[in-house]
Ligand binder design. Structure first.
Ligand code: FE2
Ligand code: FE2
Length: 433
């Protein structure tokens, strides 16, 4: 079996631009199987808070990585209290992401070469990973090789140059231009990032950083497509970009953060448990797409589409119908016909008997995405190696919570749990005490 090679591209990503994409592509060209884009909570070398809040930088990194399946957005550093040190991240990555024999490349800008010797525990760090140095206009070719030669021997042997042309773009320059002119420079960021910056008015002088943009365009046009059911071809047609565009336009930021968290967690779980990460991510992006609609609008939209609504759903439309409707809209708006993706979206709140692997993944991801905080930690732990243990925990927790709150329980939640217990007994997974 060939050794996996994983490159890590850290940074503030404020905003992520085409220069970052060029570096990530160069890492793929140099043989990386995957490039993990890892926004930092704050750089240990720049103590000032970055101008855009972590949520915005995270959302933009998700947008910047959508159209390349070998690009992965990671919150591994973002959720840690600053300052974050590479060594601790490297230890965790070794343990959690990379198999023991994988090669890890940490991508660093040539401008950091001079300070590498001062990095916290750098000798330990270079035991865990290799450093891939990106050339810059004032430090490239022979000058860059000389700078590497000047490093202490134990560090030098872990350093290599990432072959690529010098990229002139900088986040600082992009922010400055938006602040001064209100416009992004041409060909600086991918279209999703550009839409996001405009939508939320990031970096503009006339709006405090992170404040939501006020007036928004009217309802989005939903051009139904004739796309087939193959998600691989849909990726090529930019379906994820159209979904993100819709999400950015319609969702309040807290909900957007949740959705991005679910999409990322679902893709990770799919990778871990042998499901399709692309399908998991799409299901995650779409699962709450109408979650903020008022109940009357949900009911009307369900009825328009001939979805029979009765009993509990009529009394409490939000609980289940937002998922059911979202699974229909996945096809109607975005041409997604994949039955497993649609089922996962439809069953994400309550589960159902005989859930597929993808359905179980989305069900768990919705509960334990990073934004859910420390109370979901035991589900995250269970989901590290036992998907069904995590499903069981989520089912129990949800029902216990509703009981505690004195709230009504959807009969499907009870039915799903009963069926799950029976299946577990049948599979010999539950030991009688
Ligand atoms: Fe939901
Ligand atoms: Fe959700």
């Amino acid at each position: 079996m060939t050794e996996r090679r994983i490159a890590i591209l850290g940074g503030s990503f404020d905003p992520p631009h085409l220069g970052h994409a060029a570096i990530a592509r160069a890492a793929l060209d140099a043989g990386a199987d995957q490039v993990i884009w890892m926004p930092a909570a704050a750089s240990p070398f720049k103590q000032a808070r970055p101008p855009a809040p972590a949520l915005d930088r995270w959302a933009m990194v998700v947008l910047a990585t959508l159209d390349e399946p070998r690009f992965v957005a990671s919150r591994a550093e973002l959720d840690r209290p600053p300052p974050s040190f590479s060594i601790e991240t490297a230890i965790r990555l070794r343990a959690e992401i990379a198999a023991p024999h994988a090669t890890l490349w940490w991508i660093v800008g040539a401008d950091h070469l001079a300070e590498i010797g001062r990095w916290h525990r750098v000798e330990d760090l270079v035991q865990l990973l290799r450093l891939a140095v990106v050339p810059r206009h004032d430090l490239r070719d022979a000058a860059l090789l000389e700078a590497i030669e000047r490093l202490p021997e134990r560090i030098r042997s872990a350093v290599e140059v990432l072959p690529m042309p010098v990229v002139a773009l900088s986040s600082t320059e992009i922010r400055r231009q938006v602040r001064q002119t209100g416009e992004l420079p041409a060909r600086a960021v991918v279209s999703g990032v550009s839409q996001y910056i405009a939508r939320y008015g990031l970096y503009r002088a006339d709006r405090p950083a992170g404040a939501p943009a006020s007036a928004q365009a009217g309802p989005a046009e939903h051009a139904a497509t004739a796309a087939g059911s193959d998600l691989g071809s849909q990726r090529a047609e930019g379906v994820e970009e159209r979904i993100m565009d819709q999400l950015v336009r319609e969702l309040p930021r807290a909900r957007l953060e949740h959705v991005l968290g679910v999409a990322g967690t679902a893709a990770e779980l799919a990778e871990r448990f042998g499901a399709d990460p692309g399908k998991a991510r799409i299901a995650g992006l779409l699962h709450d797409i109408v979650r903020v609609w008022p109940p009357e609008r949900l009911l009307a939209a369900c009825q328009e589409r001939g979805l029979a609504v009765a009993g509990f759903d009529l009394e409490h439309p939000l609980v289940r119908l937002h998922g059911l409707l979202a699974s229909h809209l996945a096809e109607e708006w975005f041409g997604i016909k994949d039955p497993d993706v649609k089922a996962a979206i439809a069953s994400h709140t309550l589960g159902r008997p005989q859930m597929s692997r993808l359905e179980r993944i989305l069900y768990v991801a919705d509960y334990c995405e990073p934004g859910r905080g420390p109370q979901a930690e035991d589900v995250r732990l269970a989901a590290r190696d036992d998907l069904d243990a995590a499903v069981r925990l989520v089912m129990d927790r949800t029902i216990a919570y509703l009981l505690e709150q004195g709230r009504a329980i959807h009969p499907l939640a009870v039915e799903a749990r009963n069926a799950f217990l029976e299946d577990s007994v049948r599979a010999g997974l539950t030991k009688k005490s």
